[in-house]
Design a protein around this ligand. Structure first.
Ligand SMILES: Cc1cc2nc3c(=O)[nH]c(=O)nc-3n(C[C@H](O)[C@H](O)[C@H](O)COP(=O)(O)OP(=O)(O)OC[C@H]3O[C@@H](n4cnc5c(N)ncnc54)[C@H](O)[C@@H]3O)c2cc1C
Length: 463
């Protein structure tokens, strides 16, 4: 779409950040996303510095009849943070975090990453549940739920969201909290980026660490499913532990025994809280479930644990297609299937995981958040990661097939919307919201009646 230069110059004249169009220095870096498959060319990229910039960019888009894509951390595998025709609002210049240690609240700008939050909060021995990778954006992860190491004790990220400031589709700033626009706060707890640009999140913080126990024994797939079955039974009894069983291929890395390089393995990964003795006692049975390939368990700073997997997934380096589904239970047959899927993955960079929900996640009623029902016990995710375009078809087929084969164990058709494939299946978005969907469409029509914010797992406005 052709936008007149004079109009763009108008926007630039009063903009604290920068405004980029195709051909400008920095345009290609700004539109690059974590998933190297995504190659979109926005009409204009508004690199915002403050809330006024965001409001101006939204008003500009409306005036030009352009839709808006919002970039938080740029990590979403579907690449919704960039668009071809439209305005990309880039919040990567808005990452400040303020911590009030007395009220135990973190106030977090909309473009922050989890590293920003952990760094600021851990200075006071506090944390809120984020994800497992510190470079992931706070915004996208939060708005669709947020699964991390702390969920067994403190729930999903949305369960700790106490307020948010949002620039809505008409460019105005709205505060959503228990007292102001509570419907909007409810919708932000799982409804994605449908309702406006969140310029600030406020999270409840909890005392964590700074040192906690990292739990990470690694077992070989070829030695069979015994350790996963025992782990499943153990976390059912100890559901304050929320963990993942992550399947991967041992990299050629001196941290691993050389004879294990290239072997298919699974790691039972989690964080043990409480006193050192309590955490050690809780983890001990999981570290003794058979012969181990390696065991990276040990006491570490929580903020360091949050960064342990970052190097595995560098920004913009790999091509990706990830898909997840919730599982009602984790029967032996599903464990066998997860092992088979891991063995036949075409790429050594691919990972796949079984996540137990944990006590605090399951204790929240379905109607309390837009995320909906919490009665599932597990999640399975098949995360295709590979290097070359010629391997796209085989790797996407693997992820889709692994996901389809897990259907008999699924919790209805519900998926985690932060692992959405390439966002190609609108029916899955509808199914993910369950009975909260109609309420979400009504809230959408209040805050974004023209569906300006549509590069997401889209909820159309009620008609
Ligand atoms: C390496 C990696 C590890 C991951 N690990 C985990 C994990 O441990 N747990 C987990 O739950 N998920 C995890 N995820 C999934 C992650 O939660 C999603 O990819 C999430 O969407 C990323 O958020 P983002 O802000 O980085 O993404 P972006 O791509 O920037 O945005 C994602 C979506 O959110 C919208 N959005 C972004 N910012 C805003 C804003 N400020 N206001 C309104 N809407 C906004 C965008 O429009 C887009 O639709 C991981 C993803 C990757 C790539």
């Amino acid at each position: 779409m052709d936008v007149r230069n004079a109009t763009i110059e108008d926007l630039k004249s009063d903009f604290a950040g920068s405004v980029l169009t195709d051909g400008d220095a920095g345009y290609d870096d700004a539109r690059a996303l974590w998933n190297a498959m995504i190659d979109r060319r926005p009409t204009l990229i508004a690199r915002c510095r403050n809330t006024s910039d965001v409001s101006r960019a939204v008003r500009f888009a409306r005036a030009q009849g352009l839709p808006v894509a919002i970039r938080g951390g740029g990590h979403n595998v579907a690449g919704h943070a960039a668009c071809d025709t439209g305005v990309m609002i880039d919040l990567s210049g808005m990452r400040a975090v303020q911590v009030d240690p007395d009220r135990r609240i973190a106030s977090v700008e909309g473009g922050a990453t989890w590293a920003d939050v952990d760094r600021a909060a851990q200075a006071f021995g506090l944390a809120t549940p984020g994800g497992l990778i510190s470079e992931t954006g706070v915004a996208g992860l939060t708005l669709s739920g947020g699964f991390g190491h702390l969920r067994g004790r403190h729930g999903l990220t949305i369960d700790n969201l106490v307020a948010a400031e949002v620039v809505t589709a008409d460019g105005t700033l709205v505060r959503a909290s228990a007292d102001e626009h509570p419907d909007l706060l409810w919708a932000l707890k799982g409804g994605g980026g449908n309702f406006g640009v969140v310029v600030r999140f406020e999270f409840a913080l909890h005392p964590i660490g700074p040192e906690v126990l990292f739990i990470a024994p690694i077992y070989a797939v070829e030695d069979g499913p015994g350790p996963i079955r025992a782990w499943r039974d153990y976390v059912a009894e100890h559901d304050e532990l929320a963990m993942i069983c992550e399947f991967s291929t041992v990299p050629e890395d001196d941290e691993f025994p050389h004879e294990a390089w290239g072997q298919k393995v699974f790691a039972l990964v989690g964080v043990g809280l409480g006193s050192e003795a309590e955490a050690e006692a809780l983890a001990a049975p999981l570290r003794d479930l058979g012969p181990k390939v390696a065991d990276f368990s040990g006491r570490m700073n929580f903020a360091d644990i949050q960064q342990l997997f970052d190097a595995q997934t560098p920004y913009g380096a790999m091509r990706c297609y990830w898909k997840a589904r919730y599982l009602t239970e984790l029967p032996d047959a599903m464990i066998d299937l997860a092992m088979e899927n891991a063995v036949r993955a075409p790429s050594p960079n691919t990972i796949s995981s079984l996540w137990n929900m944990g006590r605090a996640v399951r204790s929240v009623p379905a109607e309390a958040t837009a995320f909906g029902d919490r009665s599932m016990g597990w999640m399975y995710s098949a995360d295709g990661v590979w290097a070359n375009a010629e391997d796209d078809e085989a790797n996407i087929a693997w992820a889709r097939d692994s996901w389809t084969r897990a259907e008999p164990f699924g919790h209805g058709d519900r998926t985690y919307l932060n692992f959405p494939g390439h966002g190609e299946d609108a029916a899955l978005t509808r199914a993910a919201f369950g009975s909260g969907y109609d309420r979400l469409t009504r809230i959408k029509s209040t805050y974004d009646p023209d569906n300006v914010f549509r590069f997401n797992q889209n909820i159309p406005p009620a008609t």
